[in-house]
Design a protein around this ligand. Sequence first.
Ligand code: ADP
Ligand code: MG
Length: 609
Amino acid sequence: MSDLIQLLPDHIANQIAAGEVIQRPASVVKELIENAIDAGADTIQLLVKDAGKTLIQISDNGKGMSKNDAIRCFERHATSKLKTADDLFALTTKGFRGEALASIAAIAHISLKTKQHDQELGTIVEIEGSKITKNEDTVCANGTTFSVKNLFYNVPARRNFLKSDTVELNHISDEFVRIALAHPSITFIFIHNEQEVYHLRASNQRKRIVDIVGMKINDKLVPIEEETEIVTINGFVGKPEYAKKTRGEQFLFVNDRFFKDTFFHHAISKAFDGLIQPKHFPSYFLYLTIDPKKIDVNVHPTKTEIKFEEDRLIYAIILSSIRQALGKYNIAPTLDFDRENSFDLPHTMRNQPIVEPVIKVDTNYNPFNTNKTSSGSSSTNFTKAIHSEGFGSNEVTPEDWQNFYQIEEEQPQPALQEIAFEQSVETEKSFINQGKYLFTPCKSGLLVVDLQRAVERIVYDEMMAEFVSSPIVSQQLLFPIEREFSKNESAIWIENKTMLERLGFQSIIENQTLQLNAVPAILQEESIQTCIDLILENISFKEIEKGDIAHFLIVSIAQAAGRKKSKTNSAQENEQLIEQLFQCSDHAYTPTGKKIVQTLTFEEIALKF
Ligand code: ADP
Ligand code: MG
């Protein structure tokens, strides 16, 4: 009898392999972006046409490939990332199986342009159904561009199986977002049918999350930081009141790789037990860092399921670190009165009619006097308003802040409403160091407040509350301020003029010169220039949702107020500052997510001796 077994030709083997790795356009996006990251790129652009059915193009500024590698990369099991079997247990790269490009080449038309940084010329390679149709030198930028056209052109069953453009685009967007969240230090751009979907500048974790999810989440993020021998966890969970009816914002990463894990998901949900309503899901963005030897990434072809050697321990660490963080935060909702109506302005404001600002001319106003003379100061009104609305009582005393810093990790957390305040903060013994930090003894040790940030939070909340409920008080300048603008700066100012006017800025721009006639009364003369700088910095080159412009502008005003050099405060002023701070919507973080308050416990102080 003759032999029956034959080896499959490579192109058929590749097509079969492709079925596992490349299920839809989103899989191509994932594989190619991961390759760009492995190549050390710090800017990656994804350009997609018709949800990837016509074109998927990924350009990076990574290390590029040599002329030979530009051909070899399409061969099956061709990888530069794994040399010995041992490497498989110490992976630091996304890819290692060497099958993505071979798979894509088997089922699409690819054009590759690549150049290494030390080379004069790059290489262009075109490949169709695993056959090379072009291989030449070319002039191109450093890095690599893969263009993938006509995906599944030779696998009609697959092509027909693709869903509508909306569905496929959603899949692409999901992959893009997962990778972008895992790599906040890389700039990512995503363009679909000539429209920019995302432009994410290199930044940090928190900023990346906010850039993707939207500014509304910034105040809702509770930081998680836990370092153990087994695993390091950092990232954020959403405050319980931010829990959603859908599972939208749930992200787990290990060593910068997104993964799905029902076991760990369970740990996170458990940490929220009793804090969120039934059928609501907590948001989380958790980044685990672990010795690569202790995980197996290779269990699934697309590597979204990962095996952990010490999964039970990690479960316990996740659970306790989230509980602890939520415990620290537990107190905040008590202060978080009326939040929905007042402080989330950008989103609740959308349907409100526009209120003209009221201009008050203060005849006593002297622009050369740095002490605020404006009669419109609403800080006392604001404090009063809070006193009458918050806590369900008319009087709030510093004593109310007691025990803020005192929740013992081991104790079971009391329910939110049960946390009582006892006397503790002794503001009369406060002092300011280097004009920067306010130190105040409290029951558990020493409370340290970053003054600049505290002022930022107070002014932000004050202005936001004023903006929501009444027209902003504007202060006419006796001598208008003039400022030369660049073309770009003029454009930014003009684009946001209406909102700036609502906030109390009266201005004229002519020949790229800004003439500022009135400013929000809350802003002191000496902070105006800084404020203009901050406005331009905070809103230029950003994709800001329309409803968030007010937020960014108020942040700028608050930051300008905070940067004013602090003088020495009297005990009473210190007390007032602390009091005002703790009445804010979130006393622990600035509106842009920077920490305001730290406690040095007696134990921590003792450890220093
Ligand atoms: P893997 O990523 O598993 O190694 P791939 O098929 O995705 O396998 O890629 C094969 C090889 O091609 C990679 O190992 C790498 O050497 C090279 N390569 C792919 N994409 C790029 C890129 N954007 N920049 C530089 N080299 C790349
Ligand atoms: Mg790869």
